[in-house]
Write a protein that binds this ligand. Structure first.
Ligand code: HEM
Length: 200
């Protein structure tokens, strides 16, 4: 994320987009290795308010919570299915705990994504963002089932398999969301925008 410093000029490597302070410029770009002459002065086109909120990285941070819980749920379940007598209470406890919290964190990622998208692109109806909304809705719907399955106890095989199915659907959506999100990182439209009536 690019932090604007009033007192020092920033430079951007035109071919790869790496941004650095003037005092830190070296003979070659640290990211792509091209010579210094490819750098040009970088100008922040966003309003300071928008840029400040985006620099908090709310969405990139929020997405780590559902991703972590999803991996915990699936790994613990798979371990228990393969080795049913190896610390069953630990693995089933981990899967239950992660499955119960999972939908709340998906909702947080969804909300932060909408805010991030609106701030960056002024609209959330662009093709990639619509795709992200569809995948995250599917992920949210599949996540809603996980606490109900886990809460009833996941000791019988059918409950474990249902949890595995919901987790796998959510995992597929998470991968698609990550791919789409990666393409949007550090892009943004200039000028000010409005979010919930506030001009930023
Ligand atoms: C559960 C739902 C979601 C997940 C798991 C998710 C996942 C991700 C991931 C992994 C990234 C890349 C972040 C990184 O590499 O650090 C990303 C970026 C992004 N996502 Fe999402 N996403 C979700 C929902 C949404 C929604 C609903 C929108 C907007 C409609 C959205 C808009 C964006 C934008 C604009 C970026 C670029 C972020 C930045 O540079 O700050 N995401 N997302």
């Amino acid at each position: 994320m690019i932090r604007k410093k009033e007192e020092e000029r920033l430079f951007i490597c035109k071919p790869c987009g790496y941004v650095m302070k003037e005092s830190e410029l070296t003979d070659v770009c640290p990211a792509c290795g091209l010579p210094r002459k490819v750098f040009e002065q970088y100008k922040e086109r966003m309003s300071p308010g928008r840029s400040r909120i985006l620099q908090l990285d709310l969405h990139p941070i929020a997405v780590h919570f559902p991703q972590t819980l999803l991996v915990f749920t699936l790994l613990a379940l798979i371990m228990n299915l393969i080795f049913p007598h190896f610390y069953p209470q630990v693995f089933l406890g981990t899967a239950t705990f992660s499955a119960v919290l999972f939908p709340f964190t998906v909702f947080g990622a969804f909300l932060s994504g909408l805010i991030d998208g609106k701030l960056r692109f002024k609209s959330v109806t662009t093709p990639i963002l619509v795709k992200k909304i569809i995948y995250s809705s599917i992920m949210f719907i599949s996540s809603i089932f996980t606490p109900f399955i886990a809460w009833g106890g996941i000791h019988d095989l059918s409950a474990k398999l249902w949890l595995l199915v919901c987790g796998s659907v959510a995992l597929y959506c998470a991968i698609m969301l990550g791919h789409a999100g990666k393409r949007l990182m550090n892009i943004g439209m200039g000028g000010a925008t409005k979010i919930w009536g506030w001009k930023i």
